[in-house]
Every structure is written in structure tokens, then in C-alpha cells.
Design a protein around this ligand. Sequence first.
Ligand SMILES: [Zn+2]
Length: 282
Amino acid sequence: MDGNSSLYPIVFDNHVHLRKDGFFKDAVKRFIVSGGNAFNLVNLPDYGIAPSEYYERLYSNTLEIADAVRREFGITVLVTLGPYPLDYFFFERALIEPAKAMKKGIDVAARFVMEGKAHAIGEVGRPHFPVSDDILKISEDIFEYAIMSSKDLGKPVIMHTEDLTEKSHRDLIEFARETGMDPRKLVKHHALPADFEIRDQMTLSTLASRSNVRVAASSDRDFLLETDYVDDRSKPDKVIPIDSVPKRAIMIKSEYDDWERILETAFIRMPAFLYGNELFNL
Ligand SMILES: [Zn+2]
């Protein structure tokens, strides 16, 4: 499928979820027809899987989806694997110690990264809503384990967190530095306009809404674009539609004089730095 190939050589969505019983290939077609040709596939929780074999099965399903898309459409699909912060409650309900299960989930993800089947650890972090101090402490411990694991792998960590403050930015950067990790490999998923005001090295990946793109494009920070597409047939376009990144690329091209710099940064330079040149045939 050729689609709108003249838009830009690479049009990359940094955060996509797909499920086999969702819109799946139809969603991919819609992305491609709009001009998209590369994305980062992040595993989506599936609490229908038995807790005892949770991550093995979840990751295998995600890798199967990535393979099916590459085979059928020939586009670049990167894969991010890791325990979602809310998995905590899934294991707690099953009377399984969350920290132990989720750290094991990070180890399994790391194995797939080492085998070259996955390219980042995520989305890991903290629940995005207030939780008890105990749960917060355990979540932080798991999060730190994920950051250390990413550091060892030399790969980025895709972070799902509450809205970050200047202090939480600082704490995360400091922790990354302590472990010896390049803080640019900390990728804040769902970065908000407030994140763009903080001057540090954290990588920002922002939802490709018109208003976010305007804030991001007029800031002096580099950024990636994402949809966080959730692929739920009962809630189409739950976050924003799958074709939002190509549509915003068209918007950037028509509204910004330095559109080439913006698109090159978001679609080529940043993804290649984070995930590896070879993945984009550069
Ligand atoms: Zn997500």
C-alpha cells in the first residue's frame, strides 16, 4: 500500500496500541492511507490472560501483531514491552505479589530486547491517579528497576506517569544519571505543554492534538508525536484517531516555515537516536 508517500520520508507515531480483536489491520490501513509509515507498538493490558503466564503471553501477542503488520504492509514497526503501572492491581486481585510479578515482567521484556525483537522498555512508571503511599512506593521501586534494566540494555524507557512537575522531572533525571543512563533515553509519554517549559534532557513525546503540536512546535524543545491509539471497537478513537500523526505532519508542513527541521527531528533524528538507525533504514 502506497498511501500519501509524498508527505515525508518517515512519518512516525511513537505510541500505538493494537489488538487482534480491535480494528487492527483496518486501523493500520487508515494510518498508511493518511501518510504514516512507521510506529512504535506498545503492549496493551489484557487482563483476560491468566496472571501466572501474563507477560509471556501478552508480549508474544504483541510481537505477533508487529510481525503481521510488517508482513502485510511492509512498514516499520518497533516494539515496546513492559508492565503497565496498573498491572499492580491485577496481580493484587489475584493474590500475587505485584512487585515480584512485574519485575519478572521487566526481565522477560529485557530478554526480547536482547533478542532484537523489542526496542524499548515500557510503558512503565506510576499510576496516573493518586494512590496510597504504599502503592506509590512499590510502583517507584518497580519503575526504578525498569530504568536500570533499560540502562543495561542501552535502550529507551517509555514512561507512563502522573503529570510531572519540575521536581519530578529533576528526580527522574537524577535517578537516570545515578544509574549511568543517558537522560535523553527517558521518554515521557503523554508529555503536556507544562513539560515543554522545563528545560532538561528528558525526551518528550506528545499527543498529536492540534493544540499540543502548536505548543511543541513553537518551543525550543525536540519532541516526538504519538496517538496512544487504543484500538477498542466499543470506544472508537478513545484517545485520538490513528491518523492524527500524519494529519499533524500535514498541518506542520503548511503552517511552519521550519517544517523540515520539525519533521526531521520528530520522525527521523529522535527515533533513530532512541531506537537505532538501522530500524529506519538510515
Ligand atoms: Zn499507552
